[in-house]
Ligand binder design. Structure first.
Ligand SMILES: Nc1nc2c(c(=O)[nH]1)N[C@H]1C(S)=C(S)[C@@H](COP(=O)(O)O)O[C@H]1N2
Ligand SMILES: [Mo]
Length: 330
């Protein structure tokens, strides 16, 4: 039954209230309301900033491994510089790169450095198996020893689909050298990369959210054995900070950043295109191939990017400027 009730919010004695006073009161209430919202937003913004910033020293040390673990790998740095690669722009300061990272296992926001403390990148085992004659199961020290002769430092640009970019020196081994050691079978057409699944160390994996953990990625064999494709163990001449994907990550600089999977545990040679993390969540926005292309919105405009640190806006290049290395693949 519909009961007609007097509106409790109607101004009482409204008829007697002179129109001018009524309007003024309403305007005052509006302004007061906006002011309160403004003060509230200001406070929230300052709290947000305080929470997400942190002193440079704090940001850089939060992602370090234990001193004992780091000492084991100190002898591998600096690696021989591969002079074929240059940024063509300024190098991103290490602090700017360390502050602003994507690592969904730890946070949906960029200040992942705040959450990586409990993560243990050492001991770590990396497995290369599947369609190959010589599957490898190596701990981190064995990996370093076995591929010491292939270890190089390379200056690469990195382009995130969110439109930020950086230019950093990775230390790593060409993936082709690692795959060669595993001796792939002819049926192997693709590579599947699998990251870790450790809810005890990674808060977003414990959060019971909708993400298809563990993070996975994939490449074709031709892409995986391209000269550019690197398995990185270091950046800026030191072992990878945890937030950069310690202790070992993929770097494919002609593709959007999400293809460069961090903290890899398994590299599997398979005979079909694998499912991948972001492609599973949204196949339209994150196709399997995902080569950087300024002409194709994803779905937002990709024609420009903003560099971490300097905040400079620069035009995005096809294949992120690596056309001479990879155009032959497509
Ligand atoms: N395991 C894992 N790898 C990942 C991600 C992630 O969330 N988890 N984010 C990707 C995205 S979107 C980008 S842009 C790069 C960021 O690398 P950086 O934080 O070292 O700059 O890592 C990629 N690799
Ligand atoms: Mo990204």
């Amino acid at each position: 039954m519909f009961i007609h009730r007097p509106n409790p919010l109607a101004p009482r004695g409204g008829a007697e209230t002179p129109q001018r006073v009524f309007l003024n009161r309403r305007r005052w209430l509006q302004l007061a309301g906006m002011g309160a919202v403004g003060v509230g937003a200001g406070l929230a913004y300052r709290q947000w900033q305080a929470y997400s910033s942190g002193a440079d020293d704090e940001v850089l040390t939060a992602g370090r491994w234990s001193p004992d673990a780091e000492r084991k790998y100190a002898g591998f740095y600096p690696a021989a510089k591969d002079e074929r690669f240059e940024y063509g722009r300024d190098e991103t300061p290490a602090i700017a790169a360390a502050r602003h990272t994507n690592f969904y296992e730890f946070s949906r926001f960029k200040w992942c450095w705040k959450f990586v403390g409990p993560f243990r990148p050492d001991p770590w085992t990396i497995t290369i198996d599947g369609l190959c004659r010589q599957p490898l199961k190596l701990d981190l020290a064995q990996f370093h020893r076995q591929f010491r002769g292939d270890l190089v430092e390379r200056q690469y640009r990195h382009r995130c689909v969110e439109r930020w970019s950086m230019a950093v020196p990775w230390t790593g081994v060409p993936l082709a050298a690692v795959l060669k050691a595993a001796d792939p079978l002819a049926q192997a057409t693709h590579i599947r990369f699998v990251s870790f699944h450790r809810p005890d160390e990674a808060p977003q994996q414990a959060a019971g959210n909708e993400f298809p953990w563990p993070y996975t990625e994939g490449l074709t064999i031709a892409e995986a054995t391209s000269e550019l494709t690197l398995l990185a163990v270091g950046v800026y001449g030191s072992p990878l900070l945890k937030q950069h994907g310690a202790p070992i990550r993929l770097v494919v600089p002609w593709k959007y950043g999400y293809k460069s999977i961090k903290s890899v545990e398994r590299i599997e040679l398979i005979g079909r295109q694998p499912a991948t993390f972001w492609n599973t969540l949204n196949p339209q926005a994150y196709p399997f191939e995902s080569n950087v292309d300024p002409a194709v919105p994803r779905p937002w405009d990709q024609s420009y990017e903003t560099t971490l640190g300097s905040g400079e806006r620069v035009a995005t290049q096809r294949y992120n400027g690596y056309e001479q290395w990879v155009a032959g693949l497509y």
